[in-house]
Write a protein that binds this ligand. Structure first.
Ligand code: R5P
Length: 298
């Protein structure tokens, strides 16, 4: 029983001060439940409202991708610089230490490899496992215009429903097929469909023309997909342009882990995303870190 000996008079009711009700710093998220907002706050830094998400889920359709052959050796050293990690449950359970305290965005669709029709995906996890793994969000590929478009949209809406029951956000990942244009019209269409059908986060590609219309017309945060490996300055420029034009951060894989100095690159991307550091300055920062790391290795 609680000690009741010295119970004092209560008086700090501040009747003249209305109760505080804070909004939420992320676009379109202010009416979500507490648990879901708490999970989003593990992905998007409250100070900048943006994220550096490190994508390492490629193995689910590509097998051992360059730079991901040994996740334990190449990726674990990058984790301190990632606001969130996007990976499969297989890698999460086998290789990522449970002490990792930042966001985990778990790849939750799959079933097709590069050898077959890529859009033929299904939901690849039970919601119970997402809960068990304490993930911050589930990621699902949506192939708008693809052969299995409806099936993949259905995968997303089912995950959204299950996620809402458990307070876990869903990230709709707009896939681009070989025959689909990566222009603002297509990316805007795909992103808006994901948001309209309930995704709390959308991942989509950057496009040179009209990207600001894609972010403006999407009522939830957009994170920019990285795509194929570019020279480091170009990748930093793309990230800078995306966040300057309304993206709430990046979800980059190959442009980080295939960089010459991945730890330096992810830190440079962080400068761009959170501090809006200009690309040339961020590139200088990258080179400085890269040289320091090279000296340390000698
Ligand atoms: C996108 O389709 C998948 O999520 C990829 O496995 C991954 O996120 C791609 O990352 P990046 O294109 O930046 O290497």
């Amino acid at each position: 029983m609680a000690d009741t000996d010295d119970i004092r008079e209560t008086k700090n009711y501040f009747p003249g001060i209305p109760a505080r009700h804070e909004g939420f710093y992320l676009k379109g998220s202010h009416q979500l439940d507490w648990g879901m907002r708490n999970r989003l706050a593990r992905i998007f830094r409250p100070v900048s409202a943006r994220t550096v998400m490190l994508a390492i889920d490629h193995g689910y359709f590509l097998g051992p991708t360059t730079g991901l052959e040994r996740v334990d050796i190449t990726i674990l050293p990058l984790l301190p610089y990632a606001d969130a990690l996007m990976c499969t449950r297989g890698i999460l359970r086998s290789t990522i230490p449970a002490s990792f305290g930042n966001g985990v965005v778990m790849r939750s669709s799959g079933g097709a490899s590069t050898l077959k029709e890529m859009s033929n995906e299904h939901i690849a996890v039970d919601i119970e496992d997402a809960v068990r793994m304490n993930v911050s969000a589930m990621a699902v590929q949506v192939f708008i215009g693809g052969k299995f478009e409806t099936q993949t949209v259905n995968n997303m809406t089912r995950l959204v429903d299950m996620g809402l029951r458990h307070g876990i956000p869903t990230m709709g990942v707009t896939a681009v097929g070989k025959n689909l244009a990566r222009d603002a019209r297509y990316l805007g269409l795909a992103s808006r469909i994901c948001a309209e059908l309930g995704a709390q986060i959308v991942k989509t590609y950057y496009c040179e023309e009209g990207f600001e219309t894609v972010t403006a017309a999407c009522p939830v945060p957009i994170v920019m997909a990285g795509g194929k490996k570019l020279p480091e300055l170009e990748a930093l420029t793309m990230a800078y342009n995306a966040v300057s034009q309304g993206a709430s951060g990046v979800d980059m894989g190959r442009n980080i882990f295939q960089a010459e100095a991945p730890a330096a690159m992810i830190q440079a991307v962080g400068k761009v995303v959170h501090e809006l550091m200009k690309p040339k300055q961020a590139y200088e920062f990258y080179l400085t870190l890269k040289n320091e790391q090279a000296k340390e290795r000698k």
